[in-house]
Ligand binder design. Structure first.
Ligand SMILES: Nc1ncnc2c1ncn2[C@@H]1O[C@H](COP(=O)(O)OP(=O)(O)OP(=O)(O)O)[C@@H](O)[C@H]1O
Ligand SMILES: [Mg+2]
Length: 370
């Protein structure tokens, strides 16, 4: 009878399995826990850097192949999943970390109306559906539409500490500038005033704990946007464009703004990319498509996905039922989920790069069990 595999041999084989995004093996990243082996049955747990990991299927296939190919006597492999979202102190001047908030992702656009709020809301919901703890801050003074899209009508209350309590919808904590602007009030605020209000929203709200705080920024690259971006301890920004706005100038200015502020751009999303006929399913590129990908590639950024023009997005957004709630398994829903997963992956990569090494909290050596 074949000898039962040793934990050391199993660990050795697992150290040949790479985390596809971080390009380092899963053992030295401290992602493997609880290795057990009974007879030829191996079980182990993989602790991911995000519950919205796009690559679990690939990692599991690689683990199975490594164990079966490299360790004599392995008959079956059972992989359990867990996650612990990473975070990294950025040390950005004048921007202290927000207690309880691990990562902040800003959604920005070169101009209005391209679907920034739609992306913010649906990505936030997709991350929460994957199991992450998520907040959404609507910082778009020009069009604070998040409460409408999320069907929120209440005023936020103060908690026991005196700090504002976020509202809650679809498992997400939500705070909006809309609640402090009177309806129809023109935007007379200047950058520094807004930056002050932003700091209050960030630091005087009882957030969390949160894995991801998504911020819907006002469109454009003027003083207001710069002041806001400068007042947030951002992990990174994503840029939303439509195919026809890939009037390179707009979006390139956005990319430049973040570069000047030394804030990472996590990637580019092309929204309203082709129309999928709800009757026949045929795709028509009304505004063209592919410009977002080209733009991303030209700037060395990740292309995070192309979201089609889908009547379900607008209808859902108008009546407080975002697409990720009304139709999460539709084609557009699956695309949003893919975008959210790539954003989460980029956040993990940023954190990994910012710390120069593995960031799994209190990562002990794998306990060797016999
Ligand atoms: N992929 C899509 N398919 C269909 N409709 C969409 C899509 N994306 C956005 N819309 C619709 O387009 C309009 C503008 O979208 P949204 O409000 O998200 O853009 P925005 O960039 O946040 O705009 P603003 O600059 O006004 O804040 C909304 O009515 C929204 O429902
Ligand atoms: Mg908006």
């Amino acid at each position: 009878m074949a000898q039962s595999p040793t934990i050391a041999a199993i660990e050795q084989a697992l150290s040949t399995v790479m985390e596809p995004e971080l390009h380092r093996d899963i053992v030295s990243l401290h992602m493997v826990k609880d290795i057990r082996c009974e007879g030829g049955a191996v079980s182990l747990k993989v602790v991911l850097t995000t519950p919205a990991c796009p690559l679990t299927g690939r990692i599991e296939t690689d683990i199975r192949a490594a164990l079966v190919d490299q360790v004599p006597g392995v008959e079956s492999v059972s992989v359990a999943w867990d996650s612990n979202v990473t975070s990294a102190a950025r040390g950005l001047p004048g921007r202290q970390e927000i207690p309880g908030v691990k990562n902040i992702v800003a959604v920005s656009a070169g101009k209005g109306g391209v679907g920034k709020t739609t992306v913010s809301v649906n990505v936030a919901i997709a991350l929460a559906q994957a199991g992450a703890r998520v907040g959404l801050l609507d910082a778009d003074i020009y069009g604070p539409n998040v409460p409408i899209m999320m069907g929120l009508h209440d005023q936020p209350q103060a908690g026991e500490s005196g700090k504002m309590l976020p509202l809650s919808a679809f498992g997400i904590e939500v705070v909006s500038f809309g609640t402090i602007l009177k309806p129809g009030q023109p935007v007379m605020w200047r950058g520094p005033m807004l930056a002050k209000a932003m700091r209050e929203f960030l630091y005087e709200v009882e957030w969390g704990p949160l894995d991801y705080l998504v911020i819907d920024l006002p469109p454009g690259t003027g003083d207001i946007q710069i002041s806001l971006a400068q007042s947030i301890p951002l992990t990174g920004a994503v840029i939303v464009t439509t195919p026809q706005d890939v009037s390179i100038a707009d979006v390139s200015r956005g990319i430049q703004m973040f570069a000047q502020l030394r804030l990472p751009v996590l990637g580019v999303i092309e929204n309203m990319s082709g129309f999928i006929c709800p009757h026949c399913g045929e795709r028509t590129d009304i505004f063209g498509s592919g410009g977002g990908r080209e733009l991303a590639e030209r700037n060395g950024l990740r292309f995070l996905g192309a979201i089609p023009l889908d009547p379900g997005v607008r209808v859902g957004g108008g009546d407080g039922q975002p697409l990720m709630v009304a139709a999460p398994t539709s084609l557009t829903g699956r695309i949003f989920r893919g975008v959210a997963e790539l954003i989460a992956a980029e956040v993990s990569k940023e954190n990994y790069a910012a710390t120069g090494g593995p960031q799994m909290p209190s990562a002990p050596r794998i306990p060797i069990r016999g």
